[in-house]
Ligand binder design. Structure first.
Ligand code: AMP
Length: 399
């Protein structure tokens, strides 16, 4: 993902869109590798061991501010490297003393995410001898209490269990210097607002707070307003590359939010007419129906429809009477519509050639086009390989 050299993948990560304080674009600071951050040998060695060569956009932008002690709001999704964006400065600030009480607290919406954060923080903090303890529901409280008694620098937990352990006097937050709310929007969706606020009120006022969220809805900003001091806002569009006249954007999403992400993308990033590509006929029907229910002007096309229905759908789309066409790869083969401004890959196709064909539906006749792909975190590694192949195939496609 962050290999050096002039490979498509290094380009892939080096063209983020960032804004700070909601205005204008802020280019990523020119930092090669992590050494410019002066993190100390322990972190440098851990980063090298983990194979993190260059900071991701969110890391490049958040870490310098975090190291200065500022509060930070990061708009970034899973897959952006947000965990290390807060874990690195958190660990850098850790004094090498025996941990009597936790110095840092990370709150996450789910056990799975808490475990991932714990593991990554442990790996990053291995040479700092950081003790990271997980406090999550559904696991033995006794065991967690024992872990805490042995001393913890960093506690990573879900709000309910953290609050419970505090109420029982097992967990003391009086010495927390840094707090992180990860996936704040998800924590609110899961009904954790009150717990999160109670926990934040228990923390010392003199502390640094980070908030990460995929969305910047008002409920999220309200928490920031109530509990943070002049936070620096950092936004990172997941990854974006521009090649020729087609801008390719990759959104890393959780599988459960695919439909919400699609609606979001259509509402916020759509240019001109849209084709949404799905992998199966039933998915085409489902997506078209859901978009219709949301009030979009949409039609579906796939091989199970009779020819005259397909012709009618295509005619309406070509004449610009429908904004969005949801299609399978096969059904889209004959589509040559010049005004398609946006292609959305609801799901990654199986092979790179299909990807190239899909995105080639936009950016025709020298017009600019946007190709947006929704992919899950697990597909990230697949994607690098995939993109290399796809772009090798591209010139043939354009000729
Ligand atoms: P996250 O968004 O924190 O869930 O991170 C997504 C994935 O990217 C995780 O598997 C990390 O291990 C990996 N990662 C984070 N930062 C870097 C980096 N600078 N270089 C390479 N991989 C990274």
């Amino acid at each position: 993902m962050c290999d050096e050299g002039d490979s498509p993948s290094s380009h892939f990560i080096s063209s983020p869109i960032m804004t700070s304080d909601n205005e204008g674009a802020e280019p990523a600071p020119e930092i090669s590798g992590f050494t410019g951050f002066n993190l100390g040998w322990e972190l440098d060695k851990a980063l090298a061991r983990m194979g993190y060569v260059n900071p991701t956009p969110i890391q490049a932008n958040a870490i310098p501010h975090a190291l200065k002690g500022l509060d930070i709001i990061g708009q970034a999704r899973t897959g952006s490297g947000k965990t290390a964006a807060f874990a690195i400065p958190m660990l850098a600030g850790l004094k090498n003393r025996a941990p009597a009480y936790p110095r840092a607290l990370v709150l996450a919406p789910t056990r799975e995410l808490a475990t991932q954060i714990r593991d990554e923080t442990r790996a990053l903090g291995i040479f700092k001898k950081a003790r990271v303890v997980e406090i999550v529901g559904g696991k033995s409280m006794d065991r967690q209490a024992r872990d805490l008694r042995k001393g913890a620098h960093i506690v990573v937990g879900t709000p309910g269990r953290v609050l419970d352990m505090c109420d029982r006097g097992i967990l003391t937050l009086d010495y927390v210097e840094m707090a992180v709310l990860d996936e704040a929007d998800e924590m609110l969706n899961m009904g954790f607002l009150e717990d999160v606020e109670s926990i934040l009120r228990m923390l010392p006022e003199e502390r640094q707070t980070f908030l990460f969220s995929a969305t910047m809805e008002s409920r999220v900003l309200q928490i920031a307003f109530n509990h943070m001091v002049e936070p620096k806002i950092i936004r990172v569009k997941d990854t974006e590359i521009e090649r020729g006249n087609i801008r390719e954007i990759f959104h890393f999403i959780h599988p459960s939010e695919r439909m919400t992400a699609l609606v979001d993308v259509i509402e916020r990033e759509r240019v001109g007419q849209v084709i949404v590509f799905c992998r199966t006929k039933s998915e085409v029907d489902m997506v078209a129906e859901r978009l219709q229910k949301r009030g979009f002007s949409v039609e579906a096309i796939h091989g199970d429809y009779r020819q005259n229905r397909r012709d009618k759908v295509m005619k309406m789309f070509k004449e610009g009477k429908t904004d969005i066409l949801v299609a399978t790869d096969v059904a889209a083969r004959g589509i040559h519509v010049d005004n398609i401004g946006t292609v959305v890959n609801f799901r990654l196709p199986d092979d790179p050639t299909a990807y190239v064909h899909r995105i080639g539906r936009t950016g025709r006749l020298g017009k600019t086009g946007v190709a947006i792909t929704l992919c899950t975190d697990e597909q990230k590694y697949l994607l690098d390989d995939f993109k290399n192949k796809a772009h090798k195939a591209r010139p043939a496609m354009e000729s």
